[in-house]
Design a protein around this ligand. Structure first.
Ligand code: CA
Length: 273
């Protein structure tokens, strides 16, 4: 018996796997001749971590043996590819976000600030008008709980027959720590309609967004209302878990609210329907 030839691989399969558990179909199969020449098997370029060579037969049918002197992989490095383009700015996911407002109506209706994050156009934030009226301006602050790239926002006014509190003149600012605020990134005056309003501005990195309403679109009163507030941008990291559901005071606002305020059906008083 030619011991030098024993174990030469005849029929073979090659599998590639990124985790060693799932290898899928063979990337190459074949049968090598029974000689001492170096053998090469090419296959379509594949990105992988693990490569498995399986010997199915012994080239000369001399016995149940397999041997190999050297095993090399041929890699194609090619030209480095540029990173994929960043996703286009879009409404950021609001999971875990908290909100605080300068004031809110919680006596005559559930006008809590948390309603701007609940996804409902029916539930709104409404500035306080009972037992005392808090006049304009009113402000609302979103805490995204993480720094994101911010380049705009959308404001959804209240829906229904009443437009009380629909924002007219506004200004938007951002902050990293919630105490020091940027100059207004955008400001203007919205029409007195129930259509959603979108505003864009050059991208900045921030954690807090503050919208200040300085007039009521129809000059009906000293109110501000808002159904939803979304931020346009790109997420730079996943936000941490939502904080313990208890009211907490946000820096720089007159009064803070919890997004877990009890809900009940809105009451529409004669002074504000
Ligand atoms: Ca809402």
């Amino acid at each position: 018996m030619d011991r030098v030839s024993n174990g030469r691989i005849g029929r073979f399969e090659i599998h590639a796997s990124s985790d060693g558990a799932n290898r899928g179909a063979a990337v190459a199969t074949g049968t090598w001749a029974d000689n001492s020449l170096e053998k090469t098997s090419g296959f379509t370029l594949v990105a992988t971590r693990l490569v498995r060579l399986t010997a199915i037969t012994e080239a000369g049918n001399r016995g149940p043996w397999t041997g190999a002197a050297e095993l090399n992989l041929v890699a194609e490095t090619g030209t480095p590819q540029p990173p994929p383009p960043a996703p286009a700015p879009a409404a950021l996911t609001r999971t875990g976000w908290t909100v605080a407002a300068s004031d809110q109506e919680t006596t005559r209706e559930d006008g809590s600030a948390a309603n701007v994050l609940d996804g409902s156009l029916t539930m709104i934030w409404h500035s306080q008008y009972s037992p005392t009226l808090v006049p304009l301006p009113h402000s609302i602050i979103l805490d995204m709980r993480a720094t994101n790239e911010v380049s705009g926002f959308t404001y959804a006014p209240r829906s229904g027959t009443s437009r009380n509190g629909t924002i007219g003149q506004y200004a938007i600012a951002v902050s990293s720590g919630g105490t020091t605020w940027s100059a207004p990134l955008a400001s203007g005056t919205w029409a007195d309609t129930s259509q959603a309003k979108a505003v864009t501005f050059p991208a900045v990195q921030a954690r807090y967004i503050r919208l200040i309403a300085t007039t009521e679109a129809g000059n009906r009163g000293q109110w501000t209302s808002m159904a939803e507030l979304n931020v346009i941008g790109r997420s730079l990291s996943a936000p941490p878990p939502a904080p313990t559901p208890r009211g907490r005071r946000e820096p720089g606002v007159r009064r803070s609210v919890s997004r877990w305020f009890p809900r009940w059906r809105p009451f529409c008083p004669a002074t504000n329907c």
